[in-house]
Design a protein around this ligand. Structure first.
Ligand code: AMP
Ligand code: ZN
Length: 465
């Protein structure tokens, strides 16, 4: 069996994933800042984070995945203040919306979602360790990390420590620091802002601190994979390394995995550029979650993806082809998926190519291309009457198998909808023939499935009880 390879930003090469603890991969993924609805750019990143986990599980690894919720930062504090509410009251609806949105896109939930505001003691503890080893200084009530004390600074991003102009650009709000390159660990309290009392003085944590403190709390001082989009490489992940390795003296993360952005007209989709689409907007526009999921998955995570409504239409066609192939296979297998299976050269070749593609840094474009070769060849065999029921079943089984990773087949719910429509059609037939006994029987069958019918002038409508 071939092995999973991922591109490691730290070594700038594709590496075979060998977890520190045999058979168990520990992943930390930078999560959302909960001050707004997430946009499909954010969702692209969360989606491949889940794809990575699912694929590692498919390869028989145990996986533990942690994702933080950033529920305190400048923007959150400002907005909560504007609305006159505390941070929790302000962020709670966006936390809920985030979970709803990832569920809608079939992004499986991580094992733990630690929140920054619930881990202040762990963050203070980390700053304490850094202070005792001489990595920090205090200015005007704020505590800073002195980059000059960490010679490996820059090893992830390749940023040159001497060219301080790069630094002053990214962290310009922290104006009291001694060196433009330094970053804030603990910010002094500002008038009217929510704060925490601490041995460092009244204040609140800097953004980078939470990810070091929470990842090490839940995954250990050294763990396997850290994910995020490329905008986080510098300064966020560089600073995480400085904080964690500065405090423990141990390597922090073995594989740094970064995904490319979702762009709009070649520019990053972002709230500040005002070019975002939220999932909710797209659903209101009549696009389905599966279409969006498919469009995001169809481009490998390290390739820039330009967002367009056209790509969603293309996704719909691809999904329709897949769905009708699955229906055809079901019929060719006599509607009995649990029946006998006979290996098929088509399904073997597909499975092999799927695995090779995914092992190669999660090449989803190649994996989906293989799926469509299977669909094309399978349809040719079906047209020619060349597919035995047992063979059709094994192809279907292989599709369902990889769908554990891709999750692009219609859900059972949708299947149920089809069945309901059929029962309603049969009942309408019976009513036309004035066979009210049969019509009532079918109404009861539907009721037993939790479906309530309403006969209107426009036809029969149904809803779930
Ligand atoms: P934020 O809510 O801004 O903290 O971002 C949450 C995650 O989404 C981070 O991993 C970001 O790097 C990522 N992200 C932000 N914008 C995009 C984008 N346009 N495409 C892909 N990922 C993004
Ligand atoms: Zn982070």
């Amino acid at each position: 069996m071939s092995q999973v390879k991922l591109f490691n930003t730290l070594t700038r090469s594709k590496e075979t994933i060998e977890p520190l603890q045999a058979g168990h991969v520990r992943i930390y993924s930078c999560g959302p800042t909960v001050y707004n609805f997430v946009h499909v750019g954010n969702l692209r990143t969360f989606l491949w984070g889940d794809l990575l986990r699912r694929y590692l599980q498919w390869k028989k690894f145990k996986v533990t995945q942690v994702m933080n919720l950033t529920d305190v930062d400048d923007r959150i504090i400002r907005k909560a203040q504007e609305q006159g509410v505390d941070l929790d009251t302000f962020t709670e609806p966006f936390v809920q919306a985030f979970f709803e949105d990832i569920d809608t896109l079939r992004i499986r939930r991580a094992d733990i979602y630690p929140r920054a505001t619930r881990h202040i003691p762990e963050m203070l503890d980390l700053v304490d360790k850094l202070s005792r080893s001489g990595h920090t200084y205090l200015t005007e009530g704020s505590t800073y990390y002195r980059i000059g004390t960490f010679p490996k600074y820059g090893k992830l991003s390749g940023v040159e420590v001497d060219r301080s102009s790069e630094f002053s650009r990214v962290d310009s709000d922290t104006d009291d620091k001694q060196d433009a390159r330094d970053f804030v660990l603990w910010k002094a309290r500002k008038e009217g802002e929510q704060f925490w009392d601490s041995p460092l003085g009244a204040g609140r944590p800097g953004w980078h601190l939470e990810c070091s403190a929470m990842s090490m709390k839940y995954l250990g001082e050294t763990f396997d994979i850290h994910t995020g989009a490329v905008d986080l490489i510098f300064p966020h992940h560089e600073n995480e390394i400085a904080q964690s390795e500065g405090a423990t003296g141990k390597p922090f993360v073995k594989y740094w995995v970064h995904g490319e952005h979702l762009n709009v007209d070649e520019r990053k989709m972002s709230k500040s550029l005002g070019n975002i689409h939220t999932l909710r907007e797209l659903l209101e526009g009549g696009y389905s979650p599966l279409q969006i999921r498919y469009a995001l998955l169809s481009v490998p995570y390290r390739t820039k993806l330009n967002f367009s409504l056209q790509s969603l239409d293309d996704a719909r066609h691809a999904l329709e082809r897949l769905e009708s192939f699955v229906i055809r296979l079901g019929e060719a297998g006599n509607g009995d998926e649990t029946g006998e299976q006979a290996g098929s050269p088509l399904s073997d070749a597909f499975l092999n190519e799927f695995e090779n593609a995914m092992d190669d840094d999660l090449n989803t474009a190649r994996a989906l291309a293989a799926l469509f070769v299977l669909i094309r060849d399978g349809n040719v065999a079906l047209d020619a009457g060349n597919l035995a029921p047992a063979e059709a079943r094994s192809i279907l089984a292989v599709i369902r198998n990889v769908d554990g990773v891709l999750d692009i087949l219609p859900q059972k719910d949708a299947d149920l909808d089809g069945e309901i429509e059929q029962l309603i059609a049969a009942r309408n037939e019976a009513r036309k023939k004035r066979d009210f006994g049969e019509s009532d029987r079918l109404r009861d069958v539907l009721l037993s499935k939790g479906i309530i019918l309403e006969d209107t002038a426009q036809g029969t409508r149904w809803r779930r009880a």
